[in-house]
Design a protein around this ligand. Structure first.
Ligand SMILES: [Zn+2]
Length: 277
């Protein structure tokens, strides 16, 4: 009986590996590209690597090795860079680890190669050959005024408007998360646009947007999210985001993101991705 229990314990450990096992992977697994599980509990086999310096975009903080993803996510970054290359260099934050899985800090999602963080600050074209030394280190910059309620008009401009709009218009993108003040701005200037409902208010997105793709057709084991509510989202549901209740809830959500705890177990098949070194 005792032996049986030990075996069961070992089995459970292999089914639900901790953060470090995923964090230690330095390259994608071989084999076909496949997504298993869901955004906050899953993995990706055969992930693609986003080139670190592409046309119109740069990958930031590449030492984190979170620039891996499904080919569709890589395609979203590449087309965004091409659309904005005449205006500035788009700065790309985290996608996923080489085989996805839970990250040891910063996110609960980003586990299946379909989440992309894109900074609102960008590199002006005249600085390409002479980028600020602290570009990586300084990181993403908040675009809010000191009241933490309104966008700073001295910072937010046409580059950021296009960044959000082009991302929302990309058919591969299912939804994107932004600060509620950005959603409010888009409701004011783009009322009626068919892609407006994809722009979702969420905590912690005053310095970057988070684009999330739909499950691709090549990955039947990718678990879809509930569909977005119908409509533009420019209604009472947006007003709620500026209440004290929303601010309170946000504190807890952001705390969980900083120090993620293991979510629901990833599909058992994910552990086989860790076997290949
Ligand atoms: Zn994100």
């Amino acid at each position: 009986m005792k032996r049986y229990l030990i075996t069961l314990g070992t089995l459970l450990m292999t089914v639900a590996p901790g953060f470090s096992a995923w964090h230690e992977m330095t390259k994608p697994s071989s084999g076909p590209q496949v997504i298993l599980g869901q955004y906050s509990s899953g993995c990706i086999g055969g992930a693609g690597a986003l080139p670190l310096r592409g046309e119109g975009y740069w990958v930031m903080r590449s030492h984190r090795a979170r620039y891996f993803g499904h080919n569709a996510a890589i395609g979203v970054v590449e087309s965004l860079g091409k659309k904005l290359k005449g205006e500035g260099v788009v700065l790309i934050g985290d996608l996923s680890q080489p085989r996805g899985g839970p990250t040891n800090y910063g996110h609960r999602s980003h586990q299946i190669g379909l989440d992309i963080d894109i900074w609102y600050n960008y590199l002006p074209l005249e600085r390409i050959d002479n980028p600020p030394a602290d570009l990586d280190e300084k990181g993403e910059i908040s675009f809010l005024q000191a009241d933490l309620r309104h966008l700073d008009p001295k910072m937010w401009g046409s580059f950021q408007d296009k960044l959000v709009q082009y991302t929302a218009m990309d058919e591969r993108v299912d939804r994107l998360f932004v600060h509620p003040a950005i959603k409010e701005r888009f409701c004011q200037i783009h009322g009626g646009a068919p892609w407006l409902g994809k722009i979702r208010p969420w905590w912690g997105h005053d310095d970057h947007l988070h684009a999330r793709l739909s499950c691709p057709a090549d990955s039947p084991r990718c678990q879809k999210q509930p569909p977005l509510p119908k409509g533009s989202g420019c209604d009472d549901s947006l007003t709620w985001w500026f209440t004290g209740e929303a601010a309170e809830k946000g504190k807890e959500i952001l705390r969980q993101d900083r120090e993620p705890t293991p979510g629901p177990p990833a599909p058992a098949m994910c552990s086989s991705l860790l076997e290949e070194k």
